[in-house]
Ligand binder design. Structure first.
Ligand SMILES: [Zn+2]
Length: 378
């Protein structure tokens, strides 16, 4: 259904300024879009301002669970490990050193230079610098002797999971408002949401909520996203519930003067594969409950850790599987290219021996890393 006016600025929605808006930002894996909700200008502005803030706060989780986007990739991000090392995590599961390293040591026999780069391209660039300093070195020899190695930190990566703030908060409330409009209820019935979204100093109308299990048929291991709204003329409320990655859980009061028909609407998705989920939601909130949620009083001790522990194993499994696939593909490709056989030539026993030793050589770092993780888990 097409609303007449933009939910954020009241401008009339026409064929020219109508736009498709993701109910849950695509940057974190949301797929569903609705039109006739906000105008093109508001879509662009809220995308730049609110959604990008939400997406960057949730980026560690998007990387961890390997979220795919319609356009582009979840950006790589630098993390510190528990031992203070810096690593870069990529969405394909690969890990890089955070910056290139150049170590020069002088011995009696000459100068020893060791270079660690993030890519062959970067290594070549650094080697050219060496050539300028030591013109006698043979660049081609150095480059052909360079080897690619996978890097895995032996310590743990520190994730910062703090979440919130006024920009991300507005993105959350806007997601709920989109479902209200999709239910055929006008956005201007949601006075609390309107005040918060339209005024820079508008009072936030969401709070964290872990007190009761809202999703009664929770799929235990899926880091799902869901947005749920419910309008009830008896309580005069339109309330909302939003969950991201099964971890961040929020309630909100969109209206406390609602007088229309009773309605409910939900959108729930597994952001890893885009599968829609059929969730049952049970949510009854008094105005006091909501006030308490806004004041951080609905987060029982240990509840966030409990939420995390349900979905984290899925993320570990998914990142290991991705990395396994990536590493094996790369190793096999490398081995066949370097076993000495010419293209189209059938492989001799010698070639095959070379292939298997090269595959092993390339997989060694990954296998050792797996063994270490295995030991840590026991
Ligand atoms: Zn607008």
């Amino acid at each position: 259904m097409i609303a007449n006016e933009c939910a954020l600025c009241d401008i009339e929605i026409t064929l020219e300024n109508n736009t498709k808006e993701h109910v849950i930002p695509n940057a974190i894996g949301g797929r569903k879009k609705i039109s006739g909700f906000i105008c093109n200008a508001c879509n662009n502005q809220s995308g730049d301002d609110w959604e990008s803030d939400l997406a960057s706060q949730l980026n560690p989780l998007s990387l961890f669970f390997g979220i795919t986007r319609d356009r582009g990739e979840v950006p790589s991000q630098k993390f510190e490990t528990t031992d203070g090392n810096k690593v870069v995590l990529n969405v394909d599961g690969a890990m890089d050193i955070a910056k290139p390293e150049y170590i020069e040591s002088i011995h009696d026999a000459g100068v020893n230079i060791s270079i660690s780069a993030r890519s062959m391209k970067e290594a070549k660039h650094m080697l050219k610098g060496v050539k300028r300093k030591y013109p006698q070195v043979e660049l081609d020899d150095l480059i052909s002797n360079a080897t690619e190695k996978s890097y895995y930190p032996s310590d743990m990566i520190k994730f910062n999971l703090s979440f919130g703030g006024q920009k991300a908060g507005r993105s959350i409330v806007k997601s709920a408002l989109a479902l209200v409009v999709e239910s055929g209820v006008s956005a201007n019935q949601c006075e609390h949401a309107g005040n918060y979204l339209r005024n820079t100093d508008g009072e936030a109308c969401f709070g964290y909520y872990y007190e009761t299990e809202v999703v009664t048929n929770r799929p235990q291991t899926i880091p799902f996203h869901c947005v749920y709204v419910k309008g009830n003329p008896e309580t005069k409320q339109i309330i909302g519930y939003v969950e991201y990655f099964g971890i961040q859980r929020m309630v909100m009061l969109l209206s406390s003067t609602y007088s229309g028909n009773e309605f409910e609407n939900i959108y729930a998705i597994n952001p890893i594969n885009g599968e829609l989920l059929d969730l049952d939601i049970e949510l009854e909130l008094t105005n006091q409950d909501i006030k308490d949620a806004y004041n951080y009083k609905k987060i029982p001790q240990g509840s966030i850790e409990e939420a995390l522990s349900q979905v984290i194993p899925t993320g570990i499994k998914s990142s290991l599987e991705k990395e396994k696939e990536r590493v094996i593909n790369k190793a096999v490709k490398y081995a066949f290219e370097n076993c000495g056989a010419k293209e189209g030539e059938s492989l001799t026993e010698e070639h095959m021996e070379k292939v298997s030793s090269l595959v092993y050589e390339k997989l060694e770092a990954f296998l050792l890393h797996q063994l270490t993780i295995g030991r840590k888990r026991q």
